[in-house]
Write a protein that binds this ligand. Structure first.
Ligand code: ADP
Ligand code: ZN
Ligand code: ZN
Length: 661
């Protein structure tokens, strides 16, 4: 007997292996097997069994990973869908679908969920629904009961009670003995949130997050497959939870870029969710205060049902936002503006709490020579090095390269080297200077690198052991602290002028999210945003909490420029250590594409150009951006597969890219 096996290799075919006598009874479609490939050992996925094979030198399957089939029919369908839509091999698609179940070791560890249970304060379990929550739930439950595929956009402002709507929908699913997937950006998977769901659905919940060991993940995966649990809560990869009777998928903060996988296959969890909901006659709920343009356009076109929560729960109101023109302030190297200092004074005097936001960690994001104006860059990445005050080092935020602070400029030998710009460490220093009595805590990727820090800071701030919480994106969302009455944004421009067509959207989303941390209780609150571009529509609409006006302005621009959601993009990245050969090949590659497009004229080709990040991890990078209808883009990428790529050069295609730098 022979087995047709899909391997996680970038080769568009399956492979034949013979089944040794002793495995005859076990090997079947849908199990994983260990096989030799060249001088490597790989895990493969058995697609079918064959009576004969025309391959001459056929090798044996070495052993089996599973004794029973782990790939369901739906997974076969999904794998084909992923392979086709993101242009990868079937084996690569299976590998990503099975990624949460990669380990099969069954050591029984004390789960992190149990740990969480012991340490955390109890949370309130359920609420009487508000009228708008109730009508949203009614609509959703109608679809659940009819077992019809339907997509809802739950557009609710921050603190409008979206979570309660999700939980009521899950309750209905559990009643019907069906299952639900609850997706969150990794960053919102706080112990507090996990605890909330656990208390509501004891024994029914499995959690996936980066803190879990492989065996814990595998156990959860198996529990889901066997129907022992009914809910999986997790980030992007949880969309592949192996439920047999999926009735509901929830995607909270659906606009978050972390739902997009950057490595091959470059899937977007939202698109996979749509496909799974369709295949299972399930309901999909996309929730956000700032929906993506892609999603909101679908709602406008009535492809998704729009459900709105327009008010904050209870006595919370959306806080007034003040925009401070900081051009002159920045010129004088002042980090805190007068209005922000004054507001902080008042907040601390009232014994309330403040959140200060800056989306840039480290002390200073630039190091420059006074004499020759050279900016110090990472030798591997050609990205500016960031000065870290606590470690007294220069660090690269891409590859982790670090060096001591140089005494002399590497190009002119001058010793006049200074740092410029502002990172969270510098803000911390400044805040401590201004408020020596205030208790200040910083949360960013540097301080949260140690396990447990994130949770501890959260708990400590909640218990009011600190007055000011300072941090990056990490603190921008999800946090629900009733005593926070002031949010300050140190520099709103960090994301505004990125060379990316989504930069205004990202800025609006971030500002809305971080502003949403203020005024969540009867105490009220305010927001102060410092910027060089006070008139920009992303800032003005964030100030007015006006998603609709932002959407209308932004969608006009996308239409005019024929950007998504009106077109689809693919970003072809060509990399090599040898810059000259890279340029030569990139030109040739683009010329081939142009020749192909001359015949069809279905898409446009932007580039080739050096990527914004011209060098990463020691590799130079050039890019070609394709823009057009989805089918044309896919066809074009398939066509480029015919181009012979010389050794030492790597080509990758990111379909629907989120990161085009
Ligand atoms: P969102 O996700 O929309 O920002 P949350 O779901 O976090 O908002 O809800 C904000 C707060 O309101 C939470 O503390 C939650 O417990 C509370 N809440 C939600 N619904 C109700 C309700 N019907 N009655 C009272 N409190 C509620
Ligand atoms: Zn110099
Ligand atoms: Zn680097």
């Amino acid at each position: 007997m022979y087995a047709e096996v899909a391997l996680p290799l970038p080769l568009d075919k399956t492979f034949h292996y013979s089944v040794p006598e002793n495995l005859n009874a076990i090997v079947k479609r849908g199990i994983r097997v260990n096989v030799p490939f060249g001088n490597k050992k790989l895990i493969g996925y058995v697609v079918s069994l064959l009576k004969e094979s025309n391959i001459s030198k056929i090798k044996d399957i070495s052993s089996v990973v599973d004794t029973e089939s782990v790939l369901t029919d739906e997974m076969f369908y999904l794998a084909e869908w992923i392979a086709k839509n993101y242009i990868c091999s079937l084996g690569e698609a299976f590998a990503v679908i099975m990624s949460p179940a990669l380990s099969s070791s069954k050591r029984n560890l004390k789960s992190i969920e149990e740990n969480i249970k012991e340490k955390l304060l109890p949370v309130k379990v359920s609420h009487k629904l508000s009228d708008s929550q109730k009508s949203a739930v009614t609509e959703i439950v109608k679809s659940i009961n009819k077992k019809e595929f339907n997509t809802f956009l739950l557009h609710g402002i921050t603190s409008s009670g979206k979570t309660e709507v999700y939980l009521s929908a899950i309750e209905e699913i559990i009643k019907q003995q069906r299952s639900a997937i609850f997706l969150l950006p990794e960053i919102s998977l706080t112990p507090h949130f996990i605890r909330l769901i656990q208390d509501r659905f004891p024994q029914q919940l499995g959690v996936w997050h980066s803190g879990l060991s492989k065996s814990e993940k595998y156990r959860t995966w198996e529990n889901a497959k066997k129907g022992r649990i009914k809910i999986i809560l997790g980030p992007r990869s949880a969309i592949f939870a192996p439920f047999g009777n999926l009735g509901l998928i929830i995607m909270d903060e659906e606009h978050e870029p972390t739902y997009k996988q950057e490595q091959k296959p470059t899937y977007h969890a939202r698109d996979v969710a749509l496909e799974r909901a369709r295949a299972n006659n399930a309901v999909l709920i996309l929730g956000s205060a700032t929906p993506s343009l892609e999603t909101y356009l679908e709602a406008k076109n009535k492809k998704y049902r729009l459900l709105e929560l327009k008010e904050r729960i209870g006595s919370g109101i959306l806080p007034p936002v003040e925009i401070v023109d900081s051009k002159n302030q920045y010129k004088r190297s002042k980090i805190l503006s007068e209005p922000l200092i004054e507001a902080l004074n008042k907040t601390l005097a009232r014994r309330e709490q403040a959140i200060i936001f800056l989306n840039r960690r480290g002390f200073a994001p630039g190091v420059m020579c006074q004499n020759c104006a050279q900016v110090l860059k990472c030798p591997n990445c050609s990205i500016s090095l960031v000065y870290h005050y606590d470690a007294e080092k220069l660090k690269c935020h891409y590859c982790n390269y670090s060096s001591v602070f140089p005494k002399k400029c590497p190009s002119c030998n001058s010793s006049e080297i200074y740092v410029f710009g502002v990172g969270t460490q510098k803000v911390e220093q400044e805040l401590k200077k201004f408020y020596p009595q205030g208790k200040i805590i910083r949360l960013d990727r540097d301080t949260a690198a140690k396990k447990g820090v994130y949770q501890k800071v959260y708990e400590d701030f909640k218990k009011e052991n600190f007055d000011i919480l300072l941090g990056t994106q990490m603190i921008a969302k999800g946090f629900d602290f009733p005593r926070v009455t002031l949010v300050g944004v140190i520099d709103a421009d960090t994301s505004l002028y990125f060379p990316d067509f989504r930069s205004a959207e990202r800025t609006f989303q971030l500002l809305t999210q971080v502003a949403g941390r203020s005024g969540r209780s009867y105490l009220g609150g305010e927001v102060i945003i410092q910027t060089r571009h006070p008139q920009h529509y992303a800032l003005q609409n964030a100030k007015n909490h006006d998603f609709i006006s932002f959407y209308e302005k932004e969608i006009e621009y996308r239409k005019e420029m024929y950007y998504p959601p009106f077109s689809r993009l693919a970003n072809i990245i060509i990399r090599s250590k040898n810059e000259l050969r890279l340029i030569e090949f990139a030109e040739k590659f683009a010329a081939e594409l142009k020749r192909f497009n001359d015949k069809t004229n279905l898409f446009s080709i932007l580039g080739p150009t050096p990527a914004s990040r011209t060098k990463l991890h020691g590799m130079f990078r050039w890019q070609i951006l394709l823009k057009g209808e989805k089918s044309a883009i896919i066809q074009a990428i398939l066509e480029t597969k015919k181009i012979q790529v010389p050794s030492g050069i790597l080509v990758t295609a990111d379909i629907d890219p989120y990161d085009i730098l």
